[in-house]
Design a protein around this ligand. Sequence first.
Ligand code: HEM
Ligand code: FES
Length: 768
Amino acid sequence: MSLCPIDHTALQNTGCPVSANAAAFDPFEGPYQVDPAASLRWSRDEEPVFFSPETGYWVVTRYEDVKAVFRDNILFSPSIALEKITPVSDEATATLAKYDYAMSRTLVNEDEPAHMPRRRVLMDPFTPKELVHHEPMVRRLTREYVDRFVETGRADLVDEMLWEVPLTVALHFLGVPEEDMDELRKYSIAHTVNTWGRPAPEQQVAVAEAVGKFWQYAGQVLEKMRRDPSGHGWMPFGIRMQQEQPDVVTDSYLHSMMMAGIVAAHETTANASANAFRLLLENRGVWEEICADPSLIPNAVEECLRHSGSVAAWRRLVTADTTIGGIDIPEGSKLLIVTSSANHDERHFDNGDEFDIRRENSSDHLTFGYGSHQCLGKNLARMEMQIFLEEFTKRLPHMELVPNQEFTYLPNTSFRGPDHVLVQWDPAKNPERTDPSILDNRQPVKIGEPSKTNLARTVTVDAITPAADGVVRVTLSDPSGKALPKWTPGSHIDVDLGDLSRQYSLCGDPNDLSTYEIAVLEEPESRGGSRYVHRTLEAGHTLRMRGPRNHFKLDPDAERYVFIAGGIGVTPITAMADHAKAVGRDYEIHYCGRDVATMALLDRLTADHGDRLTVHASAAGNRLDIPALLATPVDGTQIYSCGPERLLSALEEACAHWPEDSLHVEHFTSNLATLDPANEHSFEVELRDSGLTIQVAADQTVLDALRASNIDIQSDCEEGLCGSCEAPVLDGEVDHRDMVLTKAERAQNKSMMTCCSRACGTKVTLAL
Ligand code: HEM
Ligand code: FES
């Protein structure tokens, strides 16, 4: 206990406060090496911030605490991120000196104010628009490596592919010439052991030898690049930036970055990929699901990064006395922030230990860190992992883990991946033997964070029946008879119809998850979606759908509901009325249409809600008198409407004197995606957590500007309807243009939809 930071003389009879579990914590062996998240469950539950005498570090294990540490890079300095966790012996230090080893700060362990200017200058090659250029190279390498063993029936995925491909991709990304790749490959592992491992004293010298050689070789390659810095890649780019801003991108920095860049890009991705293959093959059902439906791959990658990430823990130095999770932490303390534990924290991830590729918030994981130092290469890593999985699910779907193999890990605190992953398969069953054309099937790579709500599934069309003139009712079910996801009244699904994606509200029974029901009106102006349903779709066909999502939620606390449906807008209203009846709430339904023959679901509404229903058919002359209906505001009443814009704007006008947010509407369409630069102004967006200020041009959305700066943000509709691009607002007035936020929410100014809303003035500040 000699390392205990607490003054024992002052403790008198209370004894050392380091608990037995904390005293036993050893990140180099035992349970942490087997499964870091499971080994720290006790801590997440009982002692989320504890001092570890074994390492001299304070260990932080809960999601919110780990994220809070990442968020504040001044109070929690990253300067120790690459510090050797095991002190270097004198002999090893001498060995390193022999090679003039002078590794200094790189991005990841640089404090402000030096870090952000450098990050900004060097960020461009990581933006999505630049990364797309690497996709053919990653695909080519992946194909070549799989070709080597696809006919053999057995492989060690790590040795035969996952180690080398990410390294080669990293070298390409950095712009290292092919002829130097082999040499650099040799040295890279030594660096991990040197930084995060616990090499025995005799091993330390050998490791130092390799690291020294790595340093020298990196210097030579850099010199060669300097002679002609016109090439592609991050290093030549850095050299060119140095010519423009020599104070920001220094010589010593470039040399260190050359070496650290390889490690940052290589082992992290190699390990993450090996973890992903192990996890997916151990969960055979999930593996088979992504083989059958490769569009699930981007989400599977994200869930693998959450569940079994390749960076298990990261480090920060406390620069002033503070508290974390209610525990006082003195200035100068070192923190081990255990991202692998945070990623399993039930307080943030429901059933955190479960591997669920349809999890809504997988991408909240902290495997890439967070805030101003968040991994710059995250989207290159995601791209590689997606392409690997695509190639294997296509070519070796029948591959399985060799039974009873023992997975071993290089003992260290941070970088985590199995040394070997042995797989086997029967080459006679390789799909490409019977159908070589499968090799041409390609999934689009999803650059950036996959959308929570963008998970596709296949459904079978059970029946298509007439529901009114020009309207059909379509029932859908899971092809294997599994229950469909739960939904609430007001939810819709996105259905792919030919090349189009269309949204339809669910109108069936939310308690019956064996089928979904939608009603589709054939629209003369249809861009093809409704015509396809009416003319081409048949029972027995399959469709791809995403969702359900709900942006038209029923307020459960309202005392009374007024439902107003216009035409096919009756679909969500039907589900809402069913719910109001089921929970015994007072409600009335006004259903407006041209004539009753065209009004879908009328029979059902009449049967189930007859006494509550008023039908307004304009052809019969009984049009709804909206001003009369809403003349007197009624306390506790909430109005819900879905229908054409004409109806919704009339309602908005008629509700002007009602309490704020009494009216809830769902629009069929939106024109928010069109931006008229002549009528817009440019403004600044400050990103507080990332330490960036970005410009949004008059012809650009905030969403586009965020993406161009490598900030991940989800989006689905990109026209202000769905809410997936929401960002938290800290300061600055927002010109809200979406159809998601209520008036009260707009007035609070706590969040904005980045795909359409803008700044009223010259600046907004976001918590991103
Ligand atoms: C930083 C993880 C792949 C380049 C980081 C950090 C982590 C991380 C944990 C520190 C974050 C923080 O302090 O908030 C990973 C994982 C990867 C991966 C798990 C693969 C699955 C890559 C790749 C590249 C890369 C492929 C380069 C092509 C960087 C750089 C930084 C960084 C340059 C420093 C950013 C800064 O401090 O401003 N990464 N990384 N990483 N990573 Fe990655
Ligand atoms: Fe749908 Fe912005 S992406 S509201």
